[in-house]
Every structure is written in structure tokens, then in C-alpha cells.
Design a protein around this ligand. Structure first.
Ligand SMILES: Cn1ncc2cc([C@H](O)c3cccc(CNC(=O)c4cc(-c5ccc(F)cc5)cc(O)c4O)c3)ccc21
Ligand SMILES: [Mg+2]
Length: 214
């Protein structure tokens, strides 16, 4: 039977990366996606911007929307302080199964809680299920038409505090026009665009960093 792209990506990690070394997992995925098969990981160019924002925030609580194969999960978790927690939401069980193995190969399973389910269902349950008060950092990388409704939902559920940083992938390609319009015009956020490129290509893309003003 045919393997899937996430399965082939996991195979490349298991073949080329060293267990317990997150940077080698990222390198194996980026090489696979550059030389063998494109996949929708945030990639190394946008990943360096992600690294700098995570390092600046130094978050104790992180929410990631859209795990896919776990590339950005590994990237973020590898930068977190010892007792920090990263919750990542993935609704596709096949993606979740691969991501768990990629995260485990990197040796980061203790920092990561992968929750199988849809953001709209789980965001309202964050406080009661995981004892979260507010998130310090949120990485948005799931369905692009869910960025805006889920941001409004996080506001309504009191999951954002003064200073919470939202970082959104793909605001140019595939694009998130309604989210950008809202976040850039809302007095409740201070936003900044980081110009970059679509992973593994020369196509323009970028990340939007938005700080909640409370
Ligand atoms: C509700 N909910 N809750 C949790 C949750 C999790 C998921 C999945 O993780 C999932 C599945 C499919 C697609 C995505 C979004 N990602 C993308 O669509 C994307 C596309 C491209 C691109 C760009 C150019 C192309 F030509 C083709 C694809 C580049 C990128 O970086 C992307 O992130 C995310 C979905 C909904 C979810
Ligand atoms: Mg993306």
C-alpha cells in the first residue's frame, strides 16, 4: 500500500536524525523537503524568525494551532525553559500519529502535549482540561480561515493577557486576509509583519506578530 507524505517525512527523520537531538530532526526534515518532497512545515527561513520571537517571549505556556508533522512543535519546544508547557492541537489523526513520533525522536515529549481535536472545540476547554490561565505565546498554522474565529474565541475565553504574543504563519501565501485586516486594525493588538518566503520556495510569504494589549 502507498505511503503518505507524512510517513515518508517520518522515515527521513528516523534515517537521518539522531534521537534526542532536536536540531538534527529539523535538519533532516528541511533536507527532505528541499531535495525530495515539499511539505507544509514552517521551514528554516521562517523558522529562524519563529525562533527569535519565541526566545524574546521566553514563554511558560504555549499554544500551537496545527501540528501537522511536528516540525514547528519541535522548533518551539527545543527553545522552552525547563517547566514550560506547549499544547499543540491537531484534528487529523494521521498527522497526529506522525507528529507524536517526530516529537519523541527529538526527545521533547515531556514538554509537549499533543491534543487530537479541532481548535474550535478545544480552545473553550483549555482552562478546565489543562489548568491554563492564559497563554504567553500562540503559533497559528492551521486552516487559514480559522485564524480569525479562533483568535476571537481565545479573546472571549480569557486565554490572552496583556503581552500575549500571537505569531501567524502564511499571512501572504496561502494568505489570511480577514485575520490580517482584523488584527492590524484592532486597537487591542500591536502588529508587525516579518517578510519572508514560503517554505522551501522563492514565493513571498511572511509571519505576522501581534501583541495583545489587554
Ligand atoms: C481546526 N483545526 N484545529 C487543528 C487543526 C489542524 C489542522 C491541520 O494541521 C492542517 C491540515 C491541513 C492544512 C493545514 C493548514 N496549513 C496550510 O494550509 C498551509 C498551506 C501551505 C501551502 C502553501 C502553498 C501551496 F501551494 C500549498 C500549500 C503552506 C503552509 O505553511 C501551510 O500551513 C493544517 C487543520 C485544522 C485544524
Ligand atoms: Mg504554515
Amino acid at each position: 500500500t502507498q505511503s503518505t507524505r507524512p510517513q515518508r517525512l517520518l522515515g527521513a527523520v528516523q534515517k537521518n536524525a539522531t534521537r534526542g537531538q532536536p536540531h538534527s530532526v529539523l535538519k533532516a526534515i528541511d533536507q527532505f523537503c528541499t531535495h525530495t518532497e515539499w511539505a507544509m512545515n514552517v521551514g528554516d527561513e521562517k523558522g529562524c524568525i519563529l525562533d527569535s520571537v519565541v526566545s524574546e517571549v521566553n514563554p511558560a505556556t504555549v499554544l500551537e494551532l496545527g501540528t501537522y508533522c511536528g516540525y514547528s512543535t519541535v522548533r518551539i519546544a527545543s527553545l522552552l525553559p525547563p517547566h514550560a508547557k506547549l499544547i499543540t492541537l491537531e484534528f487529523n489523526p494521521d498527522f497526529a500519529a506522525i507528529a507524536r513520533q517526530v516529537i519523541a525522536w527529538a526527545g521533547l515529549e515531556d514538554k509537549v502535549q499533543l491534543v487530537e481535536g479541532a481548535s474550535g472545540d478545544w480552545i473553550p476547554k483549555m482552562k478546565e482540561q489543562f489548568g491554563i490561565t492564559t497563554f504567553d505565546f500562540v503559533f497559528l498554522d492551521h486552516w487559514k480561515d480559522r485564524y480569525l474565529p479562533d483568535t476571537k474565541l481565545m479573546e472571549e475565553c480569557g486565554l490572552l493577557r496583556k503581552g500575549t504574543v500571537l505569531l501567524a504563519d502564511n499571512v501572504i501565501c496561502p494568505g489570511t486576509p480577514d485575520y490580517l485586516e482584523y488584527i492590524r486594525n484592532s486597537p487591542r493588538y500591536k502588529s508587525q509583519y516579518f517578510k519572508s518566503h514560503l517554505e522551501y520556495t522563492k514565493v513571498e510569504d511572511g509571519l505576522e506578530k501581534s501583541v495583545f494589549q489587554g
